[in-house]
Design a protein around this ligand. Structure first.
Ligand code: ASP
Length: 627
């Protein structure tokens, strides 16, 4: 027989009782986390989101209630009225905040039973993820998940409070809308009223937030769900949450100040201090120093050691002296065995003739002067690993490494970096990260699994290339999105560039965008830009992207028209909330910080979505499904 709650009110949360409460009456409610039966004494650990309290049912005190408690099983929901009592000194549990006291039960109401769950929230060993996702309601009872979701709440609240105090309005934008310009596939929603037409779920509120600036709202933000139908490589979710903002009349630095401000507040809410302002780096510099546009600053940058060798050395090594010779230093790796050295080779993926000379030692034996110069230039310690990446000299018989496609998306070419140089930088950039990962136990720079990061190295990467050459299509794509403003100084190149649209050497290749990314420990947290506010420039960008006026009007007509009605200069950014919370909690994947995530196959295992729908529903929508 189950009891009703009646008018019983909880006096304390399960994590709240302390020694100072001894002697007080208390009413606790929660789940049975664990039961221990010692004959006349039955102990229940009662759990809610704040913690656990020990309840004692004593047969000598009250045989009836002790007998009733005997029916309790894991995850039953109960209410207990009792008196708080100090534990005997030898039973105090210093690992529990409530460990000095226990509640002596005087009345028990069994509010609900539970089937035996497939796993228990108190289990220390984790069940497989599929089971966790299917029974997400049980999984979310685990204290780690409760902590992650609580942190998520605190972070979002701190950001809301900060931005509101800075004069930003939180304004909602529609979910049922039309295709937005972020470049992924859309999720579509069929219209019943107008069969054959579809809404698209927003990949971002990009056009709406720009229109809010045109409408005079001055500063907008939204913590908003975005939808992108991408192949779910690695750690992505088809729906994810962005901290999206836009403001009028900003320089990029003004947007950065706002972001640094809300991140400081968010990290503080999660118990971490960060330093502002964040360092800033041009895209070109990031590529030259790290071979990637989201450098992890916790690891040393590349060093070009070309001039540590004499021209004769380079010739003998069949190294192309006209291209960078890069030393990658991985700190504190210690002496490597022959086998460990061999294992480096398959970690290297060469693009465009970059070659790995991993054997600094061998080079040292043969070219002691060069080795000494390299050691000095890189500031290497005895225990550091140095590997060299260079291009083979033209026509040399030296084999370049295996020619594999880059496992990461290729970087856009830009003015100061030639495609040949880029190939070397990008190949070296990937190897730098792979080595750091492989030896992370030894250098200890990365967090241990499950530990929240402590060393937060933020960075602004700026002045991205405006356009990316698409070798397959032989045309230029927008590197960010087509509403991003070119650098004011580069406008003339845009003018001349639109005359040579199908040429990878077009002046378009050196147009910089007023675009920026915020990066944390090698992860891109967000991107943004100053936008185009003039219709004449917007038209040129569409032309540069190979879109005719008609095509542009068909896709973004309403927006282009809005631009013509007094659009102020404006700009903004969007940051991934899930990613920020993941870093702050030390979670292993985005799924650990999203209450109801989808699998890598975009399936929600708990509700079992997506599902087929009935013939009647399809008919109403005017849709026929091809089998
Ligand atoms: N809408 C962009 C994105 O989602 C961000 C921005 O430019 O504000 O990547």
């Amino acid at each position: 027989m189950l009891d009703f709650l009646g008018d019983l009110r909880r006096t304390h949360m399960c994590g709240a009782l302390r020694a100072s409460d001894a002697g007080k009456k208390a009413v606790l409610m929660g789940w049975v986390n664990r039961r221990r039966d010692h004959g006349n004494l039955l102990f229940i650990d009662l759990r809610d989101r704040t913690g656990v309290s020990q309840i004692v049912f004593n047969a000598e005190r009250d045989g009836v209630i002790h007998a009733k408690a005997g029916a309790l099983r894991n995850e039953y929901v109960i209410a207990v009225i009792g008196t708080v009592k100090l534990r005997d000194p030898n039973t105090i549990n210093p690992n529990m905040p409530t460990g000095e006291v226990e509640l002596v039960a005087e009345e028990l109401r069994i509010l609900n039973e539970s089937k035996l769950p497939p796993f228990l929230p108190s289990d220390t060993a984790l069940t497989n993820e599929e089971t966790r996702l299917k029974y997400r309601y049980i999984d979310l009872r685990r204290d780690v998940m409760q902590f992650n979701i609580e942190t998520r709440h605190k972070v979002a609240k701190a950001i809301r409070d900060y931005l509101s105090a800075q004069g930003f309005f939180e304004i909602e934008t529609p979910f049922m809308t039309r295709s937005t310009p972020e470049g992924a596939r859309d999720y579509l929603v069929p219209s019943r009223v107008q069969p054959g037409t579809f809404y698209a779920l927003p990949q971002s509120p990009q056009m709406f937030k720009q229109i809010l600036m045109i409408s005079g709202f001055d500063k907008y933000f939204q913590i908003v769900r975005c939808f992108r139908d991408e192949d779910l490589r690695a750690d992505r979710q088809p729906e994810f949450t962005q901290i999206d903002l836009e403001m009028t009349y900003p320089q990029p630095e003004r947007v950065w100040e706002v972001v640094e401000g809300f991140l400081t507040a968010a990290f503080k809410a999660a118990g971490s201090e960060i330093k502002t302002p964040f360092p800033r780096m041009d895209y070109d510099e990031a590529v030259r120093l790290y071979g990637i546009d989201k450098p992890d600053l916790r690891l040393p940058a590349f060093i070009d050691i070309r001039d540590c060798f004499t021209p004769e050395n380079l010739q003998e090594l069949a190294i192309n002296a006209n291209l960078p010779v890069i030393a990658i230093r991985t700190p504190n790796v210690g002496e490597l065995s022959r086998k460990e050295r061999d294992d480096i080779k398959p970690m290297f993926h060469s693009k465009g003739g970059a070659k790995l000379f991993e054997d600094f030692k061998r080079i040292g034996n043969k070219f002691p002067d060069a080795a000494a110069a390299i050691a000095e230039r890189t500031g290497m310690e005895e225990s550091d690993l140095i590997v060299l990446i260079a291009a083979s000299s033209p026509g040399s018989s030296a084999q370049a490494g295996p020619q594999t496609a880059l496992p990461a998306p290729p970087l856009p070419v830009h003015r100061k970096v030639t495609p040949q140089e880029l190939a070397i930088y990008a190949s070296a950039g990937l190897l730098r990260l792979a080595l750091a990962q492989k030896y992370s136990d030894r250098h200890g720079i990365f967090k241990k699994t499950g530990d929240p990061a402590k060393d937060f190295r933020f960075l602004w990467v700026t002045n991205f290339p405006m356009f990316e050459w698409d070798e397959g299509e032989k045309r230029w794509n927008a590197a960010h999105h087509p509403f991003t403003s070119p650098h004011e100084e580069d406008m003339p190149k845009l003018e001349s560039g639109v005359e040579s649209l199908n040429d990878p050497q077009s002046p378009l290749s050196s147009v910089r965008a007023l675009a920026y990314d915020v990066v944390l420990n090698g992860t891109e947290l967000g991107s943004g830009s100053i936008r185009i506010h003039r219709q004449d420039i917007q038209s040129k960008i569409f032309r540069a992207l190979g879109m005719t006026d008609e095509e542009a009007r068909a896709r973004f007509g309403f927006f282009l028209e809005a631009l013509e009605y007094g659009t102020p200069p404006h700009g903004g950014i969007a940051l991934g909330l899930d990613r920020i919370v993941m870093i702050l909690t030390g979670a292993e994947s985005l799924r650990e910080v999203i209450p109801f995530p989808k699998t890598a196959r975009a399936v929600d295992l708990m509700v079992d979505a997506p599902t087929p729908v009935s013939e009647a529903q399809l008919k109403e929508l005017g849709i026929a499904v091809k089998k």
